[in-house]
Design a protein around this ligand. Structure first.
Ligand code: UT7
Length: 337
C-alpha cells in the first residue's frame, strides 16, 4: 500500500463582490444582523458576462494547484502528469457531462480520468477521501481534487433566510503518491435527510418543471436554517473527535483547523467545545461567505498565501479539515502538510 500527500493548493474566485449593504437593497435585512448571525460581510458572485462559471473557476483553481507543486513538492508536477480529477460539486454547469471532464478539457489534462462527486458542502472532504484511496491502492499517482459551487444560480435573491449565506468559488488541491503517508485519518458519514432541511427541491430532474413551479421558485435553495444549525453543531465535533481518535491525536495537538465556512457561530461553538483558541481555526467567511464544496480549499489556499499557515517541508504541520452539508453529510480528515 502506498501513501499520499498534498503538494498543491489553488483557488478561483469571481471578481464581483456582493456586500451585505447590497443585500439591504434586495430585502428587509441589515449588515449588522447578517454579520452578528453568520460572520459574513460580503461574498463573491459569478458574472456570466465575464465568462465566469463552475468550469472556469474550477480550472483556474486546478491550474494554480498544479503550478504550486513547485513550491510544495521536491519536483514540479505538470498537467500531463495528472491521472485523475475528482470534482466535488452540486451546481455544475451541465447536468452532464461532468464538471470534472470539462475542467480536464480546459486545463489540457489529457492523461486524466475525470468524474464528479456529489456530497454538497461536504464534497471536498468526500472527494479527498476518494482521491487518497485511489492513490493508496496504487491505481493513480497524481490526483486533482476540485471543489466548486456556483450557489448563486440556485439562490432566491428575495429570500433573506438563504440569500445572505452563500457565495460562489472554487478551490483545489493536488495529491501525489509518496512513501511517507501524510494522511492520518478520514471520517465521513451520511444520514439521508427525509425532512430535506437543505435542498434544491426541483431542478426538473425527477419531473419537468412547470411554469407554476418556476414562478414558485422551486428550483431554488430551501433551507431550514435552525435545523441545519442544530445538525452542524453536533456533526462538526463528532467528525473532529472521530478523525482525531483514528489518527491517534488529541484535538489540542492539531496545529490548524480548516472548517467548512458555513456560519462563524458554528466554528466558534466547535472551538469552545474543544477549548481550542479560535485563532487556530482558519476563517475567511467574512469575505467569501459559504462557498459550499469550495470553502475548505479556498480557506487553506488563502491561509498559505497570507502566511498564516507557513509551509515547512522539514516540519510538517497537523491539519484537521472538517465539513458538513446537505444529504445530510459530514466528515473530517487529519493530515500533515
Ligand atoms: O453549508 C450549508 C449549511 N448551512 C448552514 O450551515 C446554515 C445553518 N444555519 C444558520 O446559519 C442560521 O440558521 C441562519 C444564519 C441561516 C439564520 O440564523 P438564525 O439565528 O437561525 O435565525 P432564525 O432563522 O431563527 O431567524 C431569527 C429571526 C426571524 O425573525 P422572527 O421570526 O424571530 O421575528 C427571522 O425572520 O431573524 C429573522 N431573519 C432575518 N432578519 C434580518 C431571518 N433572516 C434574516 C435576515 N435579516 N437576513
Amino acid at each position: 500500500m502506498k501513501g499520499a500527500k498534498i503538494v498543491g493548493w489553488g483557488s478561483g474566485l469571481p471578481k464581483k463582490v456582493v456586500t451585505n449593504f447590497d443585500l439591504e437593497k434586495l430585502f428587509e435585512t441589515s449588515d449588522d444582523w447578517i454579520f452578528q448571525r453568520t460572520g459574513i460581510k460580503e461574498r463573491r458572485v459569478v458574472d456570466p458576462d465575464l465568462g465566469e462559471n463552475a468550469v472556469s473557476l474550477g480550472a483556474e483553481a486546478a491550474l494554480k494547484a498544479i503550478e504550486s507543486s513547485s513550491k510544495y513538492n521536491d519536483k514540479q508536477i505538470n498537467v500531463e502528469d495528472i491521472d485523475l480529477i475528482i470534482c466535488a460539486t452540486a451546481t455544475g454547469d451541465y447536468l452532464f457531462p461532468s464538471t470534472a471532464c470539462l475542467i480536464q478539457a480546459k486545463i489540457g489534462a489529457v492523461n486524466a480520468t475525470a468524474f464528479d462527486l456529489s456530497a454538497a458542502c461536504s464534497g471536498f472532504i468526500f472527494a479527498l477521501n476518494s482521491a487518497y484511496n485511489y492513490i493508496k491502492v496504487g491505481q493513480y499517482k497524481n490526483v486533482l481534487v476540485v471543489g466548486v459551487d456556483i450557489m448563486s444560480r440556485f439562490t432566491d435573491w428575495s429570500d433573506r433566510r438563504t440569500a445572505i449565506l452563500f457565495g460562489d468559488g472554487a478551490g483545489a488541491c493536488l495529491l501525489t503518491q509518496c512513501d511517507d503517508d501524510a494522511f492520518k485519518s478520514f471520517f465521513i458519514k451520511s444520514k439521508g435527510d427525509v425532512e430535506c432541511s437543505l435542498n434544491v427541491p426541483n431542478t426538473g430532474g425527477k419531473y419537468p418543471l412547470s411554469q407554476e413551479q418556476i414562478t414558485e421558485k422551486q428550483a431554488m435553495v430551501y433551507m431550514d436554517g435552525q435545523a441545519v444549525y442544530q445538525f452542524a453543531v453536533k456533526a462538526v465535533p463528532e467528525a473532529l473527535e472521530n478523525a482525531c481518535a483514528q489518527a491517534g491525536v488529541e484535538p489540542q495537538d492539531i496545529d490548524w483547523f480548516i472548517p467548512h465556512q458555513a456560519n462563524m457561530r458554528i466554528i466558534q461553538s466547535a472551538a469552545k467545545r474543544f477549548k481550542i483558541p479560535l485563532e487556530k481555526f482558519i476563517c475567511n467567511i467574512d469575505h467569501f461567505g459559504n462557498t459550499s464544496a469550495a470553502s475548505i480549499p479556498i480557506a487553506m489556499d488563502e491561509a498559505l498565501a497570507l502566511g498564516t499557515i507557513k509551509f515547512n517541508p522539514s516540519k510538517r504541520q497537523k491539519l484537521a479539515l472538517v465539513g458538513f452539508g446537505a444529504g445530510l453529510t459530514w466528515g473530517a480528515s487529519v493530515l500533515e502538510f
